[in-house]
Design a protein around this ligand. Structure first.
Ligand code: GAL
Length: 416
């Protein structure tokens, strides 16, 4: 369903939203240990500036619950002052006229020079910035517990074939080889890493972004789906409904050997005071060392008629790209700074590896917008894609040919 006409009508009906108190209401979904610690650093900085923050955190499904709540609030004429939105959805809200133009701050802080252009493109509507970015998350990571690998006599997997060899050994040694929670977005995150490895960046983009029929009916897509299903035997019986951070905890607590998840997982290891290298290691998802599936978090600012709220919104927008905050936030969150001019010396090994991988991928055309994290496709496609991928994974009777046809329909849903 295309919501654009409805959004446009409502933006005309409610052009100015006056707030009833001085607090800045911020809607986000950063509620896990690592996420909350990261957003706390922002709340603290706002407090130091004398600008009270009213937290409106909606947990669940990597933002799907928060995004649904935002829609209900905004469509009834009562949006929060600030909201976490990313990817193509920024365009949807921006073109419907809901978002504050941030170009004055962008010019003052020279965002066009600081932020990579592939990222900046997402943040603009009619060539004007309407969203401020926090970070760059890499989605195609594998997080491993090295002690389990050692006990099982297994080797960290560089390829998908290596993965299955290691998983067998780990299973025999009595551990869960692969930690996964059966939520559609977590399953799609795993599928994304497999598809990147099997299809390569070019075919991946053709299939999932361009909706190219050849790529969407290719043997490589079929193979990706087969491998995805084969991984299920290495997950545990408690996977249904388990959230991502409880899933990461299985690796932290030495129950599971691996999780394929974006680097917000690192925030959980850090919050649990674990040491990189000894307690956990990060390696690229098998077969994707040269690729970088990117996911950029950002805030948008809803139009508001209250001068004090506007000042607080601008203060917040300005803070996010300041170098000191970029360092503090990203060290806790697990991502890398979105500013290209940052000194990475004080960052951990995973972050340094991520920055190198980002630059290398950008230079070799291996930067890919994340399919599972609302960067590659708009909302209509995203909902359909989660549904198709999850049904295929969770039910062995779902036919692979039918799934490939449904994936195609999901990609095209946005283009209707
Ligand atoms: C992603 C978001 C990350 C992380 C993750 C899990 O969509 O970009 O910042 O928080 O969800 O909640």
């Amino acid at each position: 369903m295309n919501l654009k006409p409805l959004l446009l009508t409502l933006s005309i009906a409610f052009p100015v939203f006056a707030s009833d108190n001085q607090e800045l209401e911020v809607l986000h979904w950063w509620t896990s240990g690592g996420e909350a610690a990261a957003v706390d650093s922002l709340k603290q900085k706002m407090k130091e500036e004398g600008r009270p923050w009213k937290d409106f955190a909606v947990a669940g499904l990597a933002g799907e619950s928060a995004t649904n709540t935002l829609r209900i609030r905004a469509l009834s004429g009562n949006p929060p002052d600030v909201a976490q939105i990313k990817g193509p959805e920024i365009q949807e809200w921006g073109t419907a006229g809901f978002l504050t133009d941030l170009n004055d701050i962008a010019e003052e802080q020279r965002w066009s020079r600081l932020v990579p252009s592939r990222v900046a493109d997402y943040l603009k509507v009619n060539d004007k910035f309407v969203a401020v970015p926090f970070n760059i998350h890499r989605v195609n990571w594998l997080w491993a517990n090295p002690e389990i690998f050692e006990k099982a006599g297994a080797k960290l997997p560089e390829t998908l074939d290596d993965f299955f060899v290691a998983a067998e050994k780990i299973k025999t040694a009595g551990y869960i080889p692969l930690a996964l929670g059966n939520e559609p977005w977590q399953e799609t995150t795993l599928f994304e890493s497999i598809a990147l490895a099997v299809m390569g960046s070019d075919q991946f983009r053709k299939a999932f972004i361009e909706g190219d029929s050849e790529a969407l009916s290719s043997d490589k897509l079929r193979e990706s789906l087969e491998i995805f299903r084969r991984m299920k035997q290495y997950t545990d019986a408690d996977a249904p409904g388990r959230n991502w951070s409880d899933t990461t905890s299985l690796v932290i607590e030495g129950k599971a050997a691996m999780q394929m998840m974006g680097d917000w997982a690192k925030g959980e290891f850090i919050a649990a005071k674990k040491q990189e290298g000894t307690d956990y290691v990060c390696i690229p998802a098998p077969g994707t060392a040269n690729q970088f599936s990117f996911n950029v978090d950002s805030f948008v600012f809803f139009k508001n008629g209250d001068p004090d709220t506007i000042k607080s919104q601008k203060a917040l927008a300005t803070l996010i790209l300041e170098p000191e905050f970029q360092k503090e936030f990203n060290l806790t969150k697990g991502s890398i700074p979105v500013r290209v001019d940052m000194d990475m010396t004080d960052f951990d090994g995973c972050a340094q590896q991520s920055m190198e991988a980002f630059l290398r991928a950008a230079a070799t055309d291996n930067l890919v917008a994340s399919l599972s994290h609302n960067m590659a496709i708009g909302r209509a496609s995203q909902i359909a894609m989660f549904d198709v991928i999850s049904r295929f994974y969770e039910n062995d009777n779902v036919d692979i040919n039918e799934t490939m046809r449904h994936i195609r329909a999901a990609v095209l849903a946005d283009k209707l």
